[in-house]
Write a protein that binds this ligand. Structure first.
Ligand SMILES: Cc1cc2nc3c(=O)[nH]c(=O)nc-3n(C[C@H](O)[C@H](O)[C@H](O)COP(=O)(O)O)c2cc1C
Length: 404
C-alpha cells in the first residue's frame, strides 16, 4: 500500500475517547459512534441485505461501539429514493433484527436513523408507487427537481395539516415500534441536511402561514411533537435526534443557531422533567452532508449547544482533519459528555475503533464506491492485521440478497 492511500494518526487509547460513557441506559466502552452513512445496498423494496449484515457486524467488532445505521425510511410516504433500507414492513423488521442480533453479539449497540425525504425525494420514484411529492411548502430544492416533478406528473405540494398529523400520530410511531421490534437500542430522528424534519426548521423550505410555519416556535413544532409522541412509546432514554445547524446541503441558507437554541432548550425542559433524550447528534460546520466545507466558507460553531443541552452529544464532521494530533477531537470530548461520530473513515476502516486506539494508519475512503449497488468498496476493506486481496470484478458482480 502506498503512503498516499493512508493517513497517519496517533494512538488515542490512553485518552478520554477510550473511557466508558453512559448513553441512555447503556454503557459504551468508548466514545465513538459510526455516524449514519447511506450506502444504497438494500433491495428495491427497501429490505436490508446480507452485505449490510457483514458490513455492520464488522464495524461493531470493538465491543461497546455505537453503530448508527444509514438513514432508513420511516414510511412509504417518506421514501422516494432507491436501494435505501426501510423499517415499515415486517420484512424490514426481520432483516434488521438479524443485523441487530449480530451487532449485539459483538457487544455493541445500534441506533436506527429514521428518514423522511420530503422535497429531497425523487418525484418519479414516488409516482411509481402512487405517492405524492410532499414538503412543508411547494418550494423545490432546485430547477432540476422541479423539471423532474413536472415530467413525472408529480409536482411538489405542501403537506396538509392532516398529513402532518399523520407524520406525528402514525408514520413515526409505527416506525419507532417497528424499530423496537427489530431490536434497536436507540431511535434517532433525522432532522438534519435538508430532509423533511429539517425542511420544517428552515424558512428556505418552510413558507407555511399556519402553526407549522413562520416563527421559530412554529417551525420547530413538528419535531417537538414527534419527540413528545415517541417518548412514551420508546422511552426518552432510547430516543435521539440529529441536527445540522450549519449545513447548506440541499438548501440555500443554513438553519442557524437561533432555532436550534430553542429546540435544545425545549429538549432540556423535557430532561428536567425526567425525560432526557439518549443523545443529541450535531453535525459540525466543517462538513455539509457528505463532504467537507472549505475553511473560508465554514460558518458558525456548535459551542452554543453545549451551553444549553446538558445531556450526551455526538459530534461528527471531519475530526481527522488535524490528524495525527486530533486536537479538536480531544478538546471536544473534554466535557465528558461528547462522543465523536465518524462516517467516511468507517467506510474504509472496519476496525476504525481499534486503529484509533492503537494509532494504526487509516486507509483513505473511496468516494466513487459510496453509493454503488455492489460489494466493491463495501465489504472489501481489511482490518489492520488482515491481508485479504479482493477481486474487483467479482465483488462488483456481488449484489445483496434480502435478509428476510
Ligand atoms: C456516503 C455518505 C453517506 C452519508 N449518509 C448520511 C445519512 O444517511 N444520514 C446522515 O445524517 N448523514 C449522512 N452522512 C453524513 C455523515 O454522517 C457525517 O456527518 C459526515 O460524513 C461527516 O463525518 P466524517 O467526516 O466522519 O465523514 C453521510 C456521509 C457520507 C460520506
Amino acid at each position: 500500500m502506498s503512503e498516499s492511500t493512508e493517513i497517519k494518526i496517533r494512538a488515542l487509547g490512553d485518552t478520554k475517547l477510550f473511557q466508558p460513557i453512559q448513553v441512555g441506559s447503556n454503557t459504551l466502552n468508548q466514545r465513538i459512534a459510526f455516524a449514519p452513512t447511506t450506502r444504497r445496498r438494500a433491495t428495491e423494496d427497501h429490505t436490508p441485505v446480507d452485505l449490510e449484515l457483514e458490513y455492520y457486524t464488522k464495524r461493531a467488532q470493538a465491543p461497546g461501539t455505537l453503530i448508527i445505521t444509514e438513514a432508513t425510511f420511516a414510511s412509504p410516504q417518506g421514501s422516494g429514493s432507491s436501494r435505501v433500507p426501510g423499517i415499515f414492513t415486517e420484512k424490514h423488521v426481520q432483516a434488521w433484527k438479524k443485523i441487530n442480533d449480530s451487532i449485539h453479539r459483538e457487544g455493541s449497540f445500534s441506533s436506527i436513523q429514521l428518514w423522511h425525504l420530503g422535497r429531497a425525494a425523487d418525484p418519479k420514484n414516488l409516482k411509481d408507487k402512487g405517492l405524492p411529492f410532499l414538503a412543508p411548502s411547494a418550494a423545490y430544492i432546485n430547477e432540476e427537481s422541479e423539471q423532474n416533478a413536472i415530467k413525472a406528473g408529480n409536482e411538489l405540494r405542501a403537506f396538509t395539516l392532516e398529513e402532518i398529523k399523520d407524520l406525528v400520530n402514525n408514520q413515526y410511531p409505527t416506525a419507532a415500534k417497528n424499530a423496537l421490534a427489530a431490536g434497536f437500542d436507540y431511535i434517532e430522528l433525522h432532522s438534519a441536511h435538508g430532509y423533511t424534519l429539517s425542511q420544517f426548521l428552515n424558512p428556505v423550505s418552510n413558507k407555511r402561514t399556519d402553526e407549522y410555519g413562520g416563527s421559530i416556535e412554529n417551525r420547530a413544532r413538528l419535531i417537538l411533537e414527534i419527540v413528545d409522541k415517541l417518548i412514551p412509546i420508546v422511552g426518552a432514554n432510547r430516543l435521539a435526534i440529529r441536527l445540522s445547524p450549519w449545513a447548506t446541503f440541499q438548501t440555500s441558507a443554513p438553519e442557524g443557531e437561533e432555532i436550534h437554541t430553542y429546540i435544545l432548550k425545549e429538549l432540556e425542559k423535557r430532561a428536567d422533567q425526567g425525560n432526557e433524550l439518549a443523545y443529541v447528534s450535531l453535525v459540525e460546520p466543517r462538513v455539509s452532508g457528505n463532504a467537507d466545507v472549505d475553511k473560508d466558507k465554514q460558518q458558525g460553531n456548535n459551542d452554543f449547544a453545549n451551553k444549553i443541552w446538558k445531556g450526551k452529544l455526538i459530534k461528527a464532521g471531519n475530526y481527522t482533519y488535524d490528524a495525527p494530533d486530533f486536537k479538536d477531537l480531544l478538546r471536544d470530548i473534554e466535557d465528558n459528555r461528547t462522543l465523536i461520530g465518524f462516517s467516511r473513515f468507517f467506510t474504509s476502516n472496519p476496525d476504525l475503533v481499534n486503529r484509533l486506539k492503537h494509532g494504526y494508519p487509516l486507509l483513505k475512503y473511496d468516494r466513487d464506491t459510496f453509493y454503488n449497488p455492489n460489494n466493491w468498496g463495501y465489504n472489501t476493506y481489511n482490518n489492520h492485521d488482515e491481508t485479504e486481496v479482493f477481486d474487483e470484478k467479482k465483488e462488483q458482480g456481488r449484489v445483496g440478497v434480502a435478509l428476510a
